[in-house]
Design a binder for this molecule. Structure first.
Ligand code: GTP
Length: 350
């Protein structure tokens, strides 16, 4: 039964920590290793599934909501069944959890899987070095998540000063116990760190027993972090005015922690769509040519707490172009271009 078991690695981390970026790095540097991917998005639109580079064929999107709530173990097994068919010839499966999912639940589901072709391959927890302190204060569950991890990636090392990075790393290492802690920028970790971490059969390397994982502990508070977060998905076929979009983004409320998706800026740049990522006060646009034959849509997921969904929806609707008389002027893209990263190696800090 142990022959050719495929490790299933759970990739978790708070909203915007860099899970998709790390996953894309793994896919790009896989060098012959065949990676199956399951992506779970919080929000109606599967933005993460769309942004996992060139892997659409082997991606199974788990649909709306937090995996631990939306998908029971039976459903997870259905997806695993698809990915473990012999014709897939996969070497490893990575489940990218929604930034609001409980990794513990996911790990439990993988361990409870009835699929004999899979084996739990460990929990990788991605941490945003720049946002760690704030996230840790807001979410006491962070301690538990890190304690469960087999590997912690302190990502966005490029966004913090050396001493801050050292201090985050120290805190994380203390919370993560025996887990390996590595620093990374843009999720660039050695893929072997993940793929070789298959736990011995029937045992998880880490601090919790199988029973703890499978059945939970008595005092387990199951207050999922997403209980306090709302997500709003917006899809529009009317292009947005770059200036009004920037005014909206510049004045986004504190509670609006995460924005991701794509925007259509219409005549201001007919060739490209703009992937947008906001995490806290961090904002980036990534222009990319419109995929041939794809309908030109703005698709955004906004995640926050204490935000007014209908007001946000109205504000975004006000960014839409109002017919030919509302054509953006030639300088209208300047605001957007300030937040375009020049190269991946040389991020333009906001
Ligand atoms: N400067 C910098 N930016 C990064 C790094 N890693 C990721 N980012 C940026 O951070 C933003 C969020 O990254 P994602 O990979 O989408 O984060 P995520 O954890 O998948 O986000 P959710 O799906 O919302 O939970 C994007 O704009 C990334 O380009 C990094 O190491 N340094």
């Amino acid at each position: 039964m142990t022959t050719q078991q495929i490790p299933v690695v759970v990739l978790a981390g708070f909203l915007g920590a860099g899970k998709t970026t790390l996953l894309n790095h793994l896919l790009r540097s896989a060098r012959g290793t065949r990676i199956g991917v399951m992506v779970n998005d919080f929000g109606d639109i599967g933005i993460d599934a769309m942004t996992v580079a060139g892997q659409v064929g082997s991606t199974v999107s788990l649909g709306n909501g937090c995996l631990c709530c939306a998908v029971d173990a039976g459903e997870l097994d259905e997806y695993l069944e698809v990915l473990t068919r012999p014709e897939s010839r996969l070497d490893v499966i990575v489940i990218e959890a929604s930034g609001l999912a409980e990794p513990e639940e996911l790990v439990r589901m993988v361990l409870a899987s009835e699929n004999e072709r899979v084996v739990y391959g460990g929990l990788v927890q991605v941490v945003d070095a720049a946002e760690f302190e704030a996230t840790w204060q807001r979410h006491p569950g962070t301690d538990r998540h890190l304690a469960l991890a087999d590997l912690v990636v302190v990502n966005k090392a490029d966004r913090v000063a050396e001493d801050e990075l050292r201090s985050v790393r120290k805190t994380v290492a203390a919370l993560a116990g025996r887990a390996a802690v590595v620093e990374a920028s843009h999720g660039r970790v050695d893929p072997e760190l993940l793929f070789d971490r298959v736990a011995p059969e029937g045992e998880i390397e880490g601090q919790m027993s199988i029973e703890d994982i499978l059945y939970g502990s008595e005092d387990d508070d199951h207050a999922h972090p997403h209980a306090a977060y709302e997500s709003l998905s917006v899809t529009s076929s009317t292009p947005l005015h770059p200036r009004r979009l920037m005014a909206f983004l510049d004045s986004r409320p504190e509670g609006l922690y995460r924005i991701k998706g794509f925007v259509d800026l219409g005549p201001a740049d007919p060739a490209n769509r703009y992937a947008v990522h906001a995490v806290g006060r961090f904002l980036r646009f990534y222009p990319e040519p419109w995929p041939a034959g794809e309908e030109r849509l703005t698709q955004l997921v906004l995640i926050g707490s204490g935000t007014d969904a209908s007001a946000l929806r109205k504000e975004l609707a006000a960014c839409e172009l109002n017919g030919p008389q509302d054509t953006p002027d030639e300088h209208s893209m300047w605001g957007v271009l300030r937040y375009v990263q020049r190269t991946e190696e040389e991020p333009d800090e906001s």
